[in-house]
Design a protein around this ligand. Structure first.
Ligand code: ADP
Ligand code: MG
Length: 256
């Protein structure tokens, strides 16, 4: 059974139809690619799935539960998180504080629990701090944990973005261009992290413009165009599909 299935989702911004009956299905344990020309609606689809904006209509099921219209914190609590195309760290907070801010809410976080069961609250907090250290270690961010988030490199911000997603201990992560704008060496490092996450049992849906990367990492690959599903399958097959070539070429021709 699919871990995520989107059916007939629509979203318009004024007169702009960003999603026009979008369908998509992701199998558990996969690193699925999501591609399509600029403006195809990929980021909007992530915004809608993750609860940042409500869809106008359609169904979104995660783990068999309808989440269309649920708030972002409810979607996160269900085990589905996303990263942003442009990292949005809390600039004035440290890297560590950024990671802690995204920890899943545990019972220990509740005021009543801290008042009436301070030892349990302290244990929960220690567990979250340990988790942040482990994630920072894994992502190579240990040395910058005390730095302010606006003082680290663009590539490190991308890693913090992934780290924040991992803090929620998700079953699935939606990644919006996690390698965009980083140098090729760091892009390779990030690719390695993504493969490691899949190995750990986290399902990934990846938006990425670098087709070499998509071809190497993703199976299957879903192609979107004009707010809906165009085709999906193995990368070599979708790349050879004349319909897919046309939406990319057509876009380029219109922009020229
Ligand atoms: P992609 O990520 O595939 O490049 P987007 O989802 O960003 O595509 O955009 C799809 C369409 O929706 C585009 O025409 C874009 O201009 C429009 N759009 C996206 N977000 C908004 C918004 N908040 N307000 C108005 N139009 C938007
Ligand atoms: Mg986008």
């Amino acid at each position: 059974m699919a871990i995520l299935s989107v059916t007939g989702v629509t979203k318009a911004f004024g007169g702009v139809v960003a999603l026009d009956g979008a369908d998509l299905s992701v199998e558990p344990g996969t690193l699925t690619g999501l591609i399509g020309p600029n403006g195809a609606g990929k980021s909007t689809l992530f915004n809608v799935i993750s609860g940042f904006i409500p869809p106008d209509s359609g169904s979104i099921r995660f783990n068999g539960v309808e989440i269309a219209g649920a708030r972002a914190d409810q979607v996160t609590a269900a085990g589905l998180v996303r990263t942003f195309q442009i990292p949005r760290p809390f600039a004035r907070m440290s890297v560590m504080e950024n990671l802690l801010a995204y920890a899943q809410r545990h019972p220990g976080d509740q005021l009543a629990v801290s008042l009436f069961n301070p030892r349990r609250a302290a244990r929960a907090e220690a567990e979250v701090i340990d988790r942040a250290h482990a994630i920072a270690e894994r992502l190579g961010l240990s040395a910058v944990l005390d730095n302010r988030a606006n003082e680290i490199s663009g590539g490190q911000k991308k890693l913090v973005e992934i780290g924040r997603a991992l803090m929620a201990q998700p079953r699935m992560i939606l990644l919006d261009e996690p390698m965009a704008g980083v140098n090729p060496t760091l892009a390779e490092t990030i690719a390695g992290h993504l493969l490691g996450m899949v190995k750990d049992g986290i399902t990934l849906l990846l938006i990425e413009h670098n087709m070499g990367m998509i071809g190497r990492l993703c199976d299957p690959v879903i192609v979107m165009a004009q707010g809906k599903h165009l085709t999906s399958g193995r990368f070599s097959d979708v790349a050879a599909d004349p319909g897919v070539q046309e939406v990319y070429m057509g876009k380029r021709a219109r922009q020229a």
